[in-house]
Design a protein around this ligand. Structure first.
Ligand code: FAD
Length: 359
């Protein structure tokens, strides 16, 4: 996953004083750091995941995205790296691996946000860029699962396909993620067994056709194990030796395996954000589309989590929302100071003067 500079991982009890606290280090939260920075506002970013990038990094790092303006094609992982690079001149602090928990007003009328690692951030405004909420994988109900998860024998994400070179893999699930990873890992792994409880997959027809063709080809190493369900993990509690599957009649098969990758979708929820007194619409935060302010003044929502009429859940729309929110927040952070509109071409970036004189 993407590495980020200036990461504060653990609890330190200190109060981080910034202009804006951003909840969510997905693509939209990262771009908000840039937009706020261009208007002279410093941000702290909190994310429940251990790495920045939100859905792009966690769910589809190696997939190409085709609808980012200016990039005819960009890998999701590369887009996140570029966004982090774009945000870096504004020196954000990242607080990863921790959920936001409470949000309260301070006596000075600012916001105090606390996280699950007891980090406290005080800010003049809060931007919720929490996407679909803190998400985690739906885990199969298998005995001893935790030990295999801890050793990496069971994984729910594929940050680096190379990690599975020459391994015997069992991929469980019948949706797009399961099929995409089966197709991506087939050339790398020694074998790939795809276990699904139905004979029919519910993924993109093109992926289903490609997988069927691979499974039919001799020596591809790909096998479709359908209709079967995961039943048991065999091994020493950490090192996996086989995944035992069962069909509806109770017939068992033992699939020799080094790793199990279950793709049963994600469980998502807004978590404590749902209790912050914001107007919600089916787990999304209602905002004014012109400023992205929520029903609570000083609290903004952008990206997938924000709801307004005709909202499109696209990264490019989130980028625009980040710009609108930053302009609305300027008046709160710099009260009484007129915002003189300038393009980035006019304004430049911090440090441009030194770069110019060094040239
Ligand atoms: P997210 O990326 O969801 O990031 C939100 C972050 O907030 C997460 O990291 C989460 O951990 C964190 N968070 C949530 N709650 C909390 C909390 N309480 N405390 C701390 N952290 C929290 N979009 C496109 O525009 N083009 C595409 O081609 C495209 N392809 C896609 C393909 C797939 C397979 C998927 C799944 C999505 C695709 N999308 C695409 C959608 C795109 O990824 C989302 O629109 C985008 O990620 C939204 O960005 P975001 O920053 O709003 O939220």
């Amino acid at each position: 996953m993407t590495q980020t500079p200036h990461v504060t991982q653990g609890a330190n009890g200190a109060i981080h004083d910034v202009d804006v606290a951003i909840v969510g280090a997905g693509p939209v939260g990262l771009f908000a750091v840039f937009e706020l920075g261009m208007l002279k506002m410093r941000a702290a970013v909190v994310d429940a995941l251990d790495a920045i990038g939100g859905q792009c990094a966690a769910l589809y790092p190696e997939k190409p995205i085709y609808d980012i303006p200016g990039y005819p094609e960009v890998m999701a992982y590369d887009l996140i790296e570029k966004l982090a690079e774009q945000a870096a001149p504004f020196d954000p602090s990242y607080h990863l691996g921790q959920q936001v928990e409470t949000l309260e007003r301070t006596s000075e009328g600012r916001w105090r946000l606390t996280t699950s690692k007891r980090v406290t951030i005080e800010a003049t405004a809060v931007v919720i860029a929490a996407g679909v909420g803190a998400f985690g994988p739906n885990r199969p109900p298998l005995e001893g699962l935790e030990g295999y998860e801890a050793s990496g024998a069971v994984q729910y994400m594929v940050p680096k396909p190379e990690a599975f070179r020459d391994k015997r893999l069992v991929i469980a699930g019948g949706g797009d993620s399961a099929l995409d990873w089966a197709l991506n890992l087939a050339p790398v792994a020694r074998s790939v067994a795809v276990v699904h409880r139905r004979a029919k997959f519910r993924a993109a027809p093109d992926s289903v056709a490609k997988l069927n063709a691979l499974a039919a080809a001799p020596d591809s190493g790909v096998e479709l194990v359908v209709p079967y369900q995961l039943h048991r993990l065999d091994g020493d509690g950490e090192k996996l030796s086989a995944v035992v599957v069962r069909d509806l009649d109770g017939k068992e098969r033992r699939l020799e395996a080094d790793a199990l990758l279950p793709f049963y979708g994600l469980s998502m929820n807004l978590g404590p954000i749902a209790d912050w007194g914001l107007d919600l619409e089916r787990s999304h935060v209602q905002v004014d589309p012109g400023s992205c302010v929520t029903s609570v003044p000083g609290v903004f929502a952008i990206g997938d989590v924000a709801a307004y009429p005709n909202k499109l859940k696209l990264i490019l729309c989130g980028f625009s929302e980040a710009a609108m929110a930053a302009h609305a927040i300027y008046a709160l952070v710099h009260p009484g100071e007129a915002l003189h509109w300038e393009y980035s071409t006019t304004k430049g970036l911090p440090g441009d003067d030194q770069r110019d004189s060094a040239a």
